[in-house]
Write a new protein. Structure first.
Length: 365
């Protein structure tokens, strides 16, 4: 990959692939010049056997978008992609390397749309003239404390898989609002999206967090969350469904989808407003589980918490946020940051390296 010389206001292209879309944003320094969300028709995606097979298709779509915005590939100084499922790693900005690309392509640690982030960023960087390319705070960021790794079943160690990019970015933002450095704060961050992750941030490290991809934590619009394990085991052996069906029931078709047939929190609120009692109970239960998980981390942080951050798209809902905050506002001041700004977080991660504030880390496992 190209060397990284110090730059004042580098032009950065950030790429964030989701399961049915790719978000692209172009920055000069940390100022966004344009952004686009490319949404793909489900019938078009069906032509591909999996996420990785969509590489060339998405690449061409990104180039089309660059042309439409009058941005030449060669004028981009650096490329940054959302990182996917890799070996567990500390937080930070990583230079994209061959090992990472190989593992993402092979889906060695699992299939996730963000596996394409590094692959797309690398392709574009090469074509632009071997420019620097990075991933930032991928979903496998692992800063768990030793105790948090231990489950009561020695064959199974707890893992850290969560919305690291947005959790870290919003934690930094709250710290700044408090006039402190992120590394000086004790925070609890709840990311409420299609998946839900709640993390305990102790002086800049996420020392405990629910594994949002693997049946831990609150249930979410699409995921089942923590389940009574004995009943789960019995269900798995009941012959009622195959392994693949079970995996889908836990991630993708769990949570609100399983109870109410929709993953859309806005639709659920509409039904509640129309008097749907079941929708109300399930939605209340999701908020109850989020609040309960936040309160668990009060103990992780020994009762000293500077702030609770509520973020992700469901944080746009005053109704849901109120249901959570009424149970946890006794703990610490609440910061509400609706949505996520993963694009800015990606650009800022690249920028910290390009301006010399941080050194790019090397992925080597
Ligand atoms: N304005 C809003 N008010 C309330 N809920 C919303 C709003 N916008 C989106 N949501 C809900 O947020 C949830 C997640 O939607 P989103 O599009 O953010 O998914 P995602 O990007 O796949 O999630 P993740 O953050 O886990 O990656 C959905 O249930 C959606 O209905
Ligand atoms: C687990 C972090 C990302 C996701 O929810 O898919």
């Amino acid at each position: 990959m190209g060397g990284t010389s110090l730059m004042i206001s580098p032009k950065i292209l950030a790429i964030n692939p989701g399961s049915t879309s790719t978000k692209i944003a172009f920055f000069e320094g940390d100022r966004e010049s344009w952004r686009e969300t490319q949404r793909y028709d489900i019938d078009v995606l069906k032509r591909f056997s999996g996420i990785i097979e969509q590489e060339n298709f998405r690449l061409e779509e990104i180039k089309r978008s660059l042309r439409a915005h009058g941005t030449k590939l060669e004028e981009v100084d650096a490329f940054v992609g959302r990182g996917g499922l890799l070996h567990p790693i500390p937080a930070g900005t990583y230079a994209i390397n061959d090992l990472m690309l190989e593992e993402m392509r092979a889906c060695k640690y699992g299939v996730h749309a963000s596996n394409l982030g590094a692959i797309l960023a690398h392709n574009l960087a090469k074509e632009a003239g071997d420019k620097p390319c990075f991933i930032v705070d991928p979903v496998v960021v692992d800063e768990l404390c030793d105790e948090a790794r231990i489950s009561g079943f020695p064959e199974i160690e707890r893992k850290s898989i969560f919305h690291a990019l947005n959790q870290k970015a919003t934690a930094r933002r709250a710290a700044e609002e408090m006039g402190k450095k992120y590394e000086e704060t004790r925070l609890i961050v709840a990311h409420l999206g299609g998946g839900i992750s709640v993390g305990a941030h102790l002086y800049g490290r996420v020392v405990d967090v629910n594994n949002a991809l693997d049946g831990e934590g609150p249930f979410s619009p699409e995921r089942a969350g923590t389940l009574p394990v004995g009943q789960l085991v019995n269900y798995c052996y009941s012959g009622k469904c195959t392994l693949e069906e079970m995996q889908k029931k836990l991630v993708g078709q769990g949570g609100l989808v399983a109870h109410l047939g929709t993953n859309d929190a806005r639709e659920v609120e509409k039904r509640i407003a129309e008097g749907d009692v079941k929708a109300e109970l399930v939605y209340n239960a999701m908020a109850y589980q989020v609040a309960k998980t936040i309160a668990e981390y009060l103990a992780v942080l020994s009762g000293q918490v500077d702030g609770i951050i509520i973020t992700g798209s469901i944080a746009y809902s005053n109704k849901f946020v109120d249901m959570v905050t009424k149970r946890v506002s006794f703990i610490a001041p609440i910061f509400i940051y609706p949505g996520e700004d993963e694009m800015l977080a990606l650009a800022q991660g690249a920028l910290r390296v390009l301006t010399g504030e941080e050194e790019a880390k090397t992925y080597a496992y």
